[in-house]
Design a protein around this ligand. Structure first.
Ligand code: EPU
Length: 420
């Protein structure tokens, strides 16, 4: 891509990756056809659909229409394909539903982005509390339970998104009451609660730190619309600010981006709330801001690389602190190659102002780092090449097409799978 153009126009935000993958896993809880709408056209959805097919489910996808219909048989298989599971971390979300429905689940230790160690102890401890016997056997997580899971009180050591979701999906079919305390409060979890409740689950406290679940004996399939992707919306907002642009982010839910929009306003963005979305515009050099990531409603770790890219071109010094993952700063090396002045120390990075970024060939190490490098390339002098853009495909539907529509000078090279 060639830097120097402003992003101007309108972009539509699809359903959230980190919601839809769990909604797809939740479909395992009810035999029959679950229909999900606002499904983003991203790679991880294809992989998750294959994971479900491997368990005996049907999955028919209308990519253009953003719909997937998942057909769950009366008896599902309990062993997930190891190669597929290792490709996406979210596949661990089938563990709770499978053990609840079949009394046994075998899921290879999942993969995902290279952003940290990403343990599963909170998932395992919680399932144990619900009466499952959980072990790791030759790299495969095995959860077994004779008869129904039993409701229990579970206090999470950390408000893990994935563990909250797994325990919620296990708890809805457990016998009796389950309480999950110090639960994650991300909008994607509220979305999962909405789906489960529509399916017949009894859940109190959706979107709060305490989830109270009265187990039921069975659930029914429903039609559900996925919550819009707040990380994609936030990425467009940061892009508008960095390029001094003016972008209307259709379907973006400003209420899910409270602290993010507040910070961007502090950096000089004008944020206007619209009926179905919001608009972000800016001019001149952004002012520096300090950011600390925390579980929701704190600043999301999934917007950290994008904000570091923003700080690289802002005036003033900024201090960024990452509290959720231990290796998210790997990508700073690539930003440094574009001329950013960054110094990392443990879970902090200090970003100093630099007169300009200059184009270079850089590597996307994960989905958010990839998006951040593209934003940096849009403001760098000359040409930037981002390699390994398949990572971006995991979370951003039609990224290059959307950027082109907003005025960016960018193209995707089919043979090398790079955006240049
Ligand atoms: N953790 C543990 N033990 C556990 C579970 C988590 O130590 O049993 C630690 C992790 O190692 C990590 C931290 O807790 O350091 C947060 O993990 P969490 O379980 O909350 O995250 P996740 O479920 O693995 C989801 C998103 C991530 C997002 C995080 C935090 C999906 C598929 N992934 O991951 O999204 O960063 O929540 O909000 O929902 C992305 O989309 O780019 C992405 C990485």
């Amino acid at each position: 891509m060639t830097g120097g153009t402003r992003l101007v126009g309108e972009v539509a935000v699809p359903g959230a990756k980190n919601s839809v993958l769990k909604l797809m896993a939740a479909s395992l809880l009810a035999p029959g056809r679950t229909t999900l709408d606002a499904v983003p056209d991203i790679l991880d959805v294809s992989v998750m659909a294959d994971v479900l097919r491997g368990l005996g489910a049907g999955a028919e996808r209308d990519r253009a229409g953003g719909r997937i219909v998942i057909d769950i048989p009366e008896v599902v298989d309990g062993t997930a394909d190891a190669e597929l599971v290792r490709r996406i971390r979210a596949s661990v979300a089938i563990l709770g539903p499978l053990v609840a429905r079949r009394g046994e689940a075998r899921v290879a230790l999942p993969g995902g982005d290279a952003i940290g160690s990403r343990a599963l102890d909170i998932h395992m401890n919680g399932l144990t509390k619900l009466g499952a016997v959980v072990d790791v056997e030759a790299g495969v997580l095995v959860a077994r339970c004779s008869g129904r899971l039993q409701g229990a009180s579970i206090w999470l050591d950390f408000p893990s998104v994935g563990a909250t979701e797994n325990l919620l999906m296990a708890g809805v079919l457990a016998k009796g009451t389950t309480v999950i305390d110090n639960a994650a409060q991300e909008p994607e979890i509220a979305d999962l609660c909405a789906l489960l409740t529509a399916m017949g689950a009894r859940i109190d406290g959706a979107g709060t730190a305490t989830l109270l679940i009265e187990g039921v004996e069975g659930l029914r399939p429903v039609l559900h619309r996925t919550v819009p992707d707040r990380i994609v919306a936030g990425t467009w907002a940061i892009g508008a600010l960095m390029t001094g642009g003016d972008v209307t982010i259709r379907h973006g839910r400003a209420e899910h981006l409270g602290i993010v929009l507040e910070k961007l306003a502090g950096a000089g963005a004008a944020v206007e709330l619209l009926e179905d979305g919001f608009r972000v515009s800016a001019s001149g050099r952004p002012r520096s801001i300090d950011v600390v990531t925390l579980p929701y409603p704190g600043f999301p770790t999934d917007l950290l690389p994008q904000v570091i890219a923003l700080e690289a071109i802002s005036e003033g010094i900024s201090l960024i602190t990452e509290n959720v993952f231990d290796s998210r700063f790997v990508f700073c090396r690539e930003l440094h190659a574009l001329g950013a002045d960054l110094r990392t120390d443990g879970h902090h990075v200090v970003v100093r102002p630099t007169p300009r970024l200059t184009g270079a060939s850089v590597l996307a190490s994960d989905v958010r780092a990839g998006a951040a490098l593209v934003l940096a390339g849009l403001v760098a002098e000359g040409t930037t090449e981002v390699r390994d853009v398949h990572h971006i495909d995991r979370g951003y539907a039609h990224f290059v097409e959307n950027l082109t529509a907003l005025g960016a000078e960018i193209r995707r090279e089919p043979s090398s799978a790079a955006a240049a």
